[in-house]
Design a protein around this ligand. Structure first.
Ligand code: AMP
Ligand code: GLY
Length: 424
């Protein structure tokens, strides 16, 4: 069968790589793909991004299944367009994608269905937002309502920072429409984890747990990024906590959406903050898989992903049991010079070793031109190492990272430190 993966990042390379392992697959198209998907003979890049044109392509090529990676096409309604034409696609409708595309929608939803999250209020009036911040004090968190490519959240440790964030979004319109409304919420302390499940409308299938590292520099310092590394499993998510997150957050979310008349299908990703007592609260929802979390998660998945996806689009996920590699998978992101503010493009990449049973390198911001591989975006590669212990997985990842070269490469040396420090 033929399959289409929509997107161009490391997440999409990892999904396509895993789907391609199925014996049932003839061709996997990736739209638009990257230098890594261009190199893999089982994958074929196609240079289309417009959802309606993609649906035309799927009809012409008789592609049986489409899997969507990023949030932007989901929020634009790619699933609605495909379903209207009777095409099978895994992802949420435009309406369901509001859980990610509007922070105000997500907060009001959680409030309505008693799903644990930080206290908040939404503002479009500048003065009212400033007054609220003055009344609440710092630390406090300011979030643009709309999609802002990872730039929409300011965790303000001081009142000055908080007021500046409101001015940036509401007065100076630095984030455009996405920042025309802001959610201001209570600061939550604790440790974060990514909790990702597949939903077919009524059945929920949890994926392996994971944690990512958002800050650019070692010791979780420096600016926030899209993610500098991630690993699976996340030891903080014990079986007890897993059950609690399902009971208090995931199941009420899927049922709550259905009650509100919006059936949720697709990947559902709850970003969790777990406090010192082990109590989880929802920081945010994403209606897609995480990047870079997908890379270590796919490296551990043993089950045929094509079969899983078929059950997901047919509403029979209750019959699926996932099998995972018991090892830890550690993904280290190599980013371009200038990332995250102004990533440089065009640096030549050399030294990527072939995949081994202990390691695999997924591409993100790369491009292949005349057989030369170059950087083409902020997050360039995600090198995943697998090992029986966290330490061994880390070693296998960094052994590969050290073989790869491009000018200005930035990467953290401490990916996995929380899992390493944890006493079991
Ligand atoms: P979000 O896109 O909502 O997940 O926010 C991006 C990052 O900001 C999160 O991964 C957290 O590190 C941080 N963050 C978001 N909301 C809060 C909060 N209420 N308290 C503390 N940190 C937060
Ligand atoms: N790794 C965080 C995200 O995908 O949003």
């Amino acid at each position: 069968m033929k399959i289409l993966v929509v997107g161009s990042g490391g997440r999409e390379h990892a999904l396509a790589w895993k789907l391609a392992q199925s014996e049932r697959v003839q061709t996997i198209f990736v739209a638009p793909g990257n230098g890594g998907t261009a190199t893999d003979i089982r994958l074929k890049n196609i240079d289309i991004t417009d959802p309606a044109t993609l649906a035309d392509f799927v009809q012409q090529e008789q592609i049986e299944l489409t899997v969507v990676g990023p949030e932007v096409p989901l929020a634009a309604g790619i699933v609605n367009i495909f379903r209207d034409r009777g095409l099978k696609i895994f992802g949420p409708s435009k309406e369901a994608a509001q859980l990610e595309s509007s922070k105000d929608f997500a907060k009001a939803f959680m409030h309505r269905h008693q799903i644990p999250t930080a206290e908040y209020q939404t503002f479009s009036d500048v003065q009212a937002a400033h007054d609220y911040i003055s009344a609440k004090g710092a630390p406090i968190v300011i979030k643009a309502d709309g999609l802002a490519a990872g730039k929409g959240v300011v965790v303000a440790m001081s009142l000055d920072e908080a007021h500046a964030a409101v001015d940036m979004m509401l007065s100076d319109n630095k984030l455009g429409d996405a920042g025309a409304r802001v959610v201001i919420e209570e600061f939550l302390a604790g440790e974060e984890a990514s909790f990702i499940v597949m939903v077919d409308g009524k059945n929920i299938l949890p994926l392996a747990t994971s944690q990512d590292h958002k800050r650019l520099l070692d010791n979780d310092e420096g600016p926030n990024t899209g993610g500098m590394g991630a690993y699976s499993p996340a030891p903080i998510v014990t079986p007890q906590l897993h059950a609690r997150v399902m009971r208090e957050i995931i199941v009420p979310t899927v049922q709550g959406m259905a009650k509100d008349g919006i059936v949720f299908t697709g990947f559902l990703y709850a970003g969790l903050m777990i406090d010192e007592h082990g109590t989880p609260k929802t920081l945010e929802f994403n209606c897609r898989m995480g990047d870079p979390e997908t890379q270590p998660i796919m490296a551990r998945l043993k089950t045929d992903l094509v079969n899983v996806m078929e059950h997901a689009v047919n509403g029979t996920l209750d019959t699926v049991e996932l099998e995972w590699d018991r090892r830890t998978a550690m993904g280290v992101v190599m980013a371009a010079a200038g990332y995250p503010d102004a990533p440089r493009k065009g640096d030549k990449i050399t030294g990527i070793p072939t995949e081994t049973p202990d390691s695999v390198t997924f591409h993100a911001g790369t491009v292949l031109n005349d057989k030369v591989l170059s950087t083409n975006g902020g997050r360039v590669l995600c090198v995943v190492g697998l090992g029986d212990t966290v330490k061994l997985a880390q070693k296998h990842a960094y052994d590969v990272v050290e073989k790869i070269h491009f000018d200005g490469a930035q990467y953290r040396r401490d990916i996995g430190w929380r899992a390493l420090n944890r006493k079991h």
